[in-house]
Design a protein around this ligand. Sequence first.
Ligand SMILES: *Cc1c(COP(=O)(O)O)cnc(C)c1O
Length: 378
Amino acid sequence: MCIGTSVVTMGGMPVPLLADPVVARPVLARLPVYRPGRRASGPGTGALASNESHFGPLPAVLDAVLAEAAHVNRYPDAAATDLRAAIAARTGTVPEQVSVGTGSVAVLAQVLAAYCDPGDEVVYAWRSFEAYPILVDLAGATAVEVPLTVDARHDLSAMAAAVTARTKVMFVCTPNNPTGTQLTHAELAELLTHVPSHVLVVVDEAYLEFATGPSRVDTVALLDAHPNLCTLRTFSKAYGLAGLRVGYALAAPPVAEALRRVAIPFGVSAPAQAAARASLAATSELTERVDAVVRERARMLRAARDLGWELPDSQANFLWLPTPTGLHERLVGEFDAADLLVRPFAGEGVRVTVADPATNDRVLAVLRRIADAPEPAS
Ligand SMILES: *Cc1c(COP(=O)(O)O)cnc(C)c1O
């Protein structure tokens, strides 16, 4: 803004001439308006819209949070030393390879803050995680969206071909939100041979723990050979800590160092750090919970397909119900009527979190109703 148009100088002191309003950056007008999602309003409401864990915190995790709550007059450990050490020990890396943030969404923002200047390009598949276009736009970078294949998977050769000299970052989401499809290890390894070394390949593994398909990606095994590789993980989904906000990146030390440099200071609270550590120490209980979700996912997939629904083989804790024209509004309406909160993507499909068996049965009942009467009775 040109100051000269609105300010006169009186004895060296600027005086506002007109009451210019403060003006937010134009990018804000392009961001989706936050619609307060309907919260689960009662015990009968199925909260299936955000891929949260339906299990409450483990007792050991709750204890860790409560113990730290007594000290919240103090700042947390800004370096998250113990948590980074625990993550490194668990993943077979070293703490210098770890950067933590308030959810892996915050770590995604670290990636963009560290690597993208305005006009730099970020390549990712679409449809994928809704946060990607928002964060890229906010960073002033340019999104390059590469359509999924017809079977709702990443089109890796098209993504590699979309890289230019301006490309700084590529996001790869596996299993992909919202379609649930996953890459194989061989596919990721091959992609890395085609992407130039100046591009940081960020593998978003928010649903890693739920992936049971053959040859699932082992990103850590590729880190040493690929200094331009970074993986993002979260405690929000399988670990059931969505409300505490902890996620992390694993990468080569210089990349992780760059991410830590741009991180919001003291972002991850002490109760959150403690909860994440306690969760890493409770692997067997958490594995049982993940196994229960995976079993339910298989049961739902089978049942839905038996009803005639065509849906991809989800490797995450949700199902993707593609909705051909005409079906979308009907399906969304039926879920609404059944008091099930799900995530609709207009004209494309509906994402439904896998929860406890009783709630999942209510989802299947909706799918059955539509299969039994494809046209709404009028
Ligand atoms: C849920 C999710 C995340 C992480 O969310 P946080 O709660 O910020 O850790 C990241 N990526 C994808 C694809 C997700 O679905």
